[in-house]
Design a binder for this molecule. Sequence first.
Ligand code: CA
Length: 224
Amino acid sequence: MRILVVEDEKDLASIMKQGLEEEGYVVDVAHDGEEGLYMAENFPIDAVILDIMLPILDGLTVLARMRKKGIMTPVILLTARDALIDKIKGLDTGADDYLTKPFVFQELLARVRSLLRRKGEVKQAVIQIGDLKINTASHEVSRNGKSVSLSAREYALLEFLAYKKDNVVSRSEIVEHIYHEDSDMDSNVVDVYVNYLRNKIDKGYDKKLIHTVRGAGYMLKKEE
Ligand code: CA
């Protein structure tokens, strides 16, 4: 999943980027509202962490312009302590959640996960597909009760497929949401990662969960 962080305090922005990347997210950072708005409009972003106090355009203006253009990407606003008016305005402008600074990073992560689940119309922290269980809070994966150990990147790919379960996901979507576009990922590399995942998820089971859809991409689906 790809997260946009719009934050002008560069130290805080880079701490958030690093922490989110350690969780397997792809992270874009903007340091002012104008750049943030541009990225929110043009990049395939899954969730935005948006500071309110920003140079050029403030966060509430960025949010209002996004919503006016029909961009409904989930947004978490970062507000200053006790800025009740900002919280009210933010929620009325179309923010999905807010967090008061200073915050504990684990709470930000929990809120990001919650937003992504809502976006994926997944109600619970554990996504179940057949006998595969993916705990999106702890990142624990099991199949048929047996724990499956995945690298951060494999997990990110599995989670992305799981949020879109029963739907075909194209290779280019995977590259855009799971890998940095500045890394030298081409879509063949996606096939390589899908094979790693198959070896860990499907190998040894009669019922396969990861399906190749010829000419279209991949789909995570319980075989009937
Ligand atoms: Ca700020």
